[in-house]
Design a protein around this ligand. Sequence first.
Ligand code: GLN
Length: 449
Amino acid sequence: DLIESVYSNIEETDDEVGAFITLNKEEALNAAKKVDEKGVEEGNVLSGLPIGIKDNISTKGVKTTAASKMLENFIPIYDATVVEKLNQAGMISVGKLNMDEFAMGGSTENSAMKITRNPWDLTRVPGGSSGGSAAAVAAGQIPVSLGSDTGGSIRQPASFTGLVGMKPTYGRVSRYGLIAFGSSLDQIGPFTRTVKDNALVLNAISGTDDKDSTSYRGNTPDFTENIDEGVKGLRIGVPKEYFNEDGKETTIEKSVREALDAYKEMGAEIVEVSLPHSKYGIPAYYIIASSEASSNLQRFDGIRYGYRSNNIGSLEDIYVKSRSEGFGLEVKRRIMLGTFSLSSGFYDAHFKKAAQARTLIRQDFAKAFEEVDVLVAPTTTSTAFKIGGKIEDPIAMYMADVLTVPVNLAGVPSLSMPCGFFEGLPIGMQIIGKQFDEQTIYKAAYAYE
Ligand code: GLN
């Protein structure tokens, strides 16, 4: 009955919101029946709960498009490891969520399927690239969804829609079955309304996976354990470069400062720290992510996967025309940027430099974490912008990721949570942790929720 009512709610609201690309009602009702028959195991609070999945995460027998014409009709023959794990936990996947094509973008306007609207204001974007995942939870269609975050795609939409979104430590969650964008940056993580729910879902999807050679071989703790311990004695770093240094405070910064005051009152120690190389985050990220993407997307050749042009004279036509017609504008831009950065003669000046900048950024975080337990900063420099507001200006869209990409380059975990409002729109703050120390992030987030 719960799953039936989820679908009637989605049917009522999704014309307006546009969060879903595919609904898999039949499969979901079957899965729900199985959960009913088996009965809920004691202590398994996730059993029977509906969840939505970003459409770049493979679901066996259910269309997985990455919001690209290239994969419009692609039906995977296996589940991503995270989907397998959700099934084991008894969660019911109800459908696949809209996104920027191949997760490239920050507004979900790069989807080849449709646009998604922000439930707080339907004239605004929900953020991206996991915009459908954010909008569906914010609209109350589902309580939980999964997204992916390569340079901010969980945290930025969470901040635009007033949700809790976690980008786990690189390696914490298996990437097996996630359609690869920037393989050294990509992580899957949950969107929820509350911090505790988020920790519960991360419990379910984390763990070592032999099918992902970069998955972490260490232990997976219970992320809800000690979540209510409070922040007394916690050392919170404030990276000064993540705030305007000209003395003018934005409303977003004021909201984050209020949170810091509250933490201080609860017994935390607030320390100013410096992440001086984060200013190279945007150029380094867009070179590295695009380079990896240009390699990862080579498999879409019109033969092995997805779309093939009808209009073919030669073998070369299959590749050229299928890719020209199957990929959208932003994806092509990234492939060109990445191929150029990796090409001989330009590699040293571009890819190599970006990799060096990445090392400096990573070292900044390591140094800061010698002094503090977590870092707190705004997630974004603005609240949700208007549909159409940035899509014609790719550089402006890229620049908007300035506060989220350094975290991915460093591989550290970061959670975005709501911390206020500006003109009726939610503001997000991120809590960044040490590698594999999501527990402390959740503890800090829970204390301020
Ligand atoms: N907005 C960033 C980009 O376009 C991040 C995307 C992501 O995290 N998937 O690359």
